[in-house]
Design a protein around this ligand. Structure first.
Ligand code: ADP
Ligand code: MG
Length: 729
């Protein structure tokens, strides 16, 4: 699970937790220490930040609502401009940023007949002349800024033009007094179109002024060992650097902030975990007779790792401590049946289980796998998604409350307030990195001491499990079920599209089922990716009614109908966007074409490819790519051709680009983290975990002064959701 997802949701995820009501979770905002109020004021309270900037800041800082000052302060510079070079005009190096001390000699304002011509200011020092150039200046503005005869300090990029030194639109023009205050080093921030660097800097300077005197939440030992400055100094120095190195991620200032962010994350995980680990009053596994019935009904034998995982889960369930287990397994490794066996175990003692999936397609997939097996064992299953409405929904809820449903499968519809279980004992959460702590808590809050099983189809290297899942027990399904054929994966340049079409035609005639994956539904303005609908049309023109289309913008029922047609072989070629990525199961499909394969991350390619090679027939995957391939794409395609082992792919991915892409989220940094970086701050992750564990040991209720300081930390980094669990300090 990702506390990671708490703050930042990947823009790529169609799943929007904001649509969900969380009324069952008490809001802790009201308990926020008053000390922090200035930091939680909206950025629009700053001078110079109006409604237009509000929109830009929302976009820049990735927030649905007006960002607060704290959000702004945690937006760190990407680089700096060094204005400390103060050459004489004669020595100024074109192409570099210089700060010149000049006397203003004369102006040549924009001539009235040619408003496009610049306003020129001629200035000099004892070594030469410089021309300052202003385009489209307000009448009178330049004259006021640079009065003739005055001395001014002018900073900007020097250029040579017609044999004369020029600065076009100097970044800074100040007099003697202003120069005394001029910073030699200016931070440069990631920006968004329409937001000027100057406006951002002015807003930042004001925000820094509002910074209250914050208590120290890091222990003195760690401060000493890591040589951390205090948070105020850290923020001031990254935003107003004194040395060029002040903004480096591995420097003391950025590292301090990264540690704060990681500590907040680890502490939040630890608080949730402590809550979940509370001893369960009862044991949640029976005598195993239902499990046996299911195993006997299986048309196949469980793999060794499925057996081991099941045994570990059964053991967890029969302990008087709550289970908190992550079941990692590649797509197609057979996690669903393991989850079903866990559900059967709790049914044996008359309790209920729930399985929450991130999408409707996935929820339906699960229920389809589960229902026939469950029926043989007399397990009563039902599904609840946004699509079950009115009387149907009321019936399900009534049966659930009466204990007439043993295993409820669904989407986040499961955590709505009116979904009441008679005796929920097990929560299975699939594809958890799409869910945040809140959803997990909301589901487990529907029962007493609910055991938690998290399913993840994105193999996560061990080093990262800690960051995203905290300390959980882990089971891995490393082997593929017996009888799986290897997948022959090839990379083909788009120039050979017609050959690929011919091959697809032959496959269709031979009765094979083919996926054709396109990255987007609509042509985007900026990125010219293959358009699923256009591809659908051209394939349909060639292959006629055998071609179907599914994409994320279709209604759920419509999607299911097309998927069902595909599974029933009514259509042989399914054009799809990445909606088929997660968990769709049509074992008879043996061919997949992926367009623009060079644009997908490794994890996503692997997930997509996992839709084939699920039956007993050999499969082929064709990765269509646009030439020329860059180094990264070449490396990625090579890995995906060489192996189908998800754990290996995850490790390679980590090597290639860092964790962001392992989880298919961002390209740099840790998903859900604004400041901490996997590459630079890897050391800090373990240190933050250790610090969090010490805190949980010494002061689990976050009491006293240190506790109050830690609460501040959790609020600052929006990891306060776990606070209501432990009450006021
Ligand atoms: P996952 O959820 O891990 O992606 P599933 O649970 O959906 O995988 O299983 C994929 C397919 O493999 C399903 O059709 C399932 O019936 C089948 N399967 C599961 N376990 C085995 C096994 N041990 N032997 C053969 N087939 C299996
Ligand atoms: Mg699955």
């Amino acid at each position: 699970m990702s506390v990671a997802v708490l703050a930042l949701h990947s823009r790529q995820n169609a799943f929007k937790p904001s649509q969900i009501e969380y009324r069952s979770i008490p809001s802790s905002r009201v308990m926020r220490p008053a000390l922090l109020n200035p930091l939680f004021a909206p950025v629009t309270s700053l001078s110079g930040v109006g409604p237009k900037q509000d929109k830009l800041f929302r976009y820049l800082l990735g927030r649905d609502e007006t960002p607060r000052l704290v959000d702004l302060l945690l937006h760190l510079p990407a680089s700096v401009i060094d204005r400390r070079a103060r050459p004489k005009i004669r020595d100024a190096v074109p192409g570099t940023v210089v700060t010149l001390e000049v006397t203003v000699d004369r102006h040549r304002p924009t001539p009235g007949r040619n408003p496009r011509a610049p306003h020129l200011v001629y200035a000099s020092d004892e070594t030469g002349d410089v021309v300052l150039t202003y385009f489209r200046a307000q009448p009178g503005y330049v004259e006021k800024l640079l009065p003739v005869g005055s001395k001014r300090y002018v900073s900007g990029t020097a250029q040579m033009y017609d044999g004369t030194l020029q600065i076009t639109h100097p970044d800074r023009v100040v007099d003697e007094a202003g120069f005394a205050k001029l910073s030699g080093i200016d931070p440069v921030y990631p920006l968004t179109e329409g937001l000027a660097l100057g406006s951002l800097r002015r807003a930042m300077a004001q925000a820094l002024q509002k910074l209250p005197d914050l208590p120290e939440w890091i222990s003195p030992e760690v401060i000493r060992r890591c040589k951390f400055p205090d948070i105020a100094e850290a923020l001031n120095r990254v935003h107003m650097p004194v040395e060029l190195t002040d903004i480096l991620p591995d420097g003391p200032f950025w590292s301090r902030l990264a540690f704060d962010e990681l500590l907040a994350g680890q502490l939040a995980l630890a608080l949730v975990r402590a809550q979940l680990r509370r001893p369960a009053g009862e044991r949640h596994a029976g005598d195993g007779q239902l499990r046996k019935k299911i195993i006997d009904a299986l048309p196949y034998a469980l793999t060794t790792s499925q057996q081991e995982a099941s045994a570990a889960i059964s053991n967890d369930l029969s302990q008087p401590v709550r289970m908190l287990r992550l079941l990692q397994g590649d797509v197609g490794s057979g996690k669903t049946v393991v989850a079903l066996l866990a559900a059967a175990a709790v049914t044996e003692v008359g309790k209920q289980a729930a399985l929450m999936a991130p999408t409707e397609i996935l929820a339906r997939q699960h229920i389809k796998t589960i229902t026939p097996l469950a029926e043989r064992a007399g397990l009563r299953v039902a599904i609840l998604t946004g699509r079950e409405k009115g009387k149907e929904r009321r019936d399900i809820l009534a049966r659930l409350a009466a204990g007439e449903i043993d295993f409820l499968v669904g989407t986040h519809a499961l955590i709505q307030d009116d979904v009441v279980f008679k005796a929920l004992a097990l929560a299975v959460v699939d594809e958890q990195h799409r869910f945040g702590v809140r959803e997990r808590l909301a589901l487990t809050a529907k029962g007493e001491a609910v055991d938690v099983l998290v399913l993840s189809a994105t193999p996560i290297p061990r080093t990262l499990v800690l960051t995203y899942f905290g300390d959980m027990d882990v089971s891995e399904l490393r082997e593929k079920p017996a009888g799986r054929q290897p997948i022959d994966t090839r990379a083909v340049p788009t120039s050979r599209l017609s050959e690929v079409m011919d091959a697809v035609g032959r496959a269709l005639s031979a009765g094979k089922l083919v996926y054709w994956i396109c990255p987007l539904v609509e042509e985007s303005e900026t990125v010219n990716l293959a358009d699923a609908e256009a591809r659908f049309d051209s394939l349909k023109a060639r292959f006629g009614d055998q071609v179907g289309l599914v994409h994320g913008k279709m209604r759920g029922t419509e999607k299911d109908r097309v998927m069902a047609q595909f599974a029933a072989r009514e259509i042989g070629l399914l054009v799809a966007t990445t909606v088929v990525e997660v968990g769709v199961d049509v074992p008879a499909a043996t061919i997949m074409v992926i367009e623009n394969a060079e644009r997908f991350g490794l994890a996503q390619l692997h997930q997509l490819r996992g839709r084939i090679g699920r039956g007993s027939e050999a499969s082929t995957c064709l990765l269509l790519y646009k030439e020329p391939l860059n180094e990264m794409s070449t490396a990625r395609l090579k890995v995906i051709r060489e192996t189908t082992d998800g754990f290996r792919i995850a490790e390679e991915d980590l090597k290639l680009r860092g964790e962001g892409d392992v989880l298919g989220v961002r390209q740099s940094g840790l998903p859900g983290y604004r400041i901490a970086r996997s590459d630079v701050h890897a050391q800090l992750i373990t240190q933050a975990r250790d610090e969090a564990l010490r805190i949980m040991k010494d002061n689990p209720k976050l009491a006293g002064a240190r506790g109050a300081a830690l609460r501040c930390l959790l609020y600052l980094f929006e990891r306060d959701e776990a606070l209501p669990l432990i009450g006021a300090g």
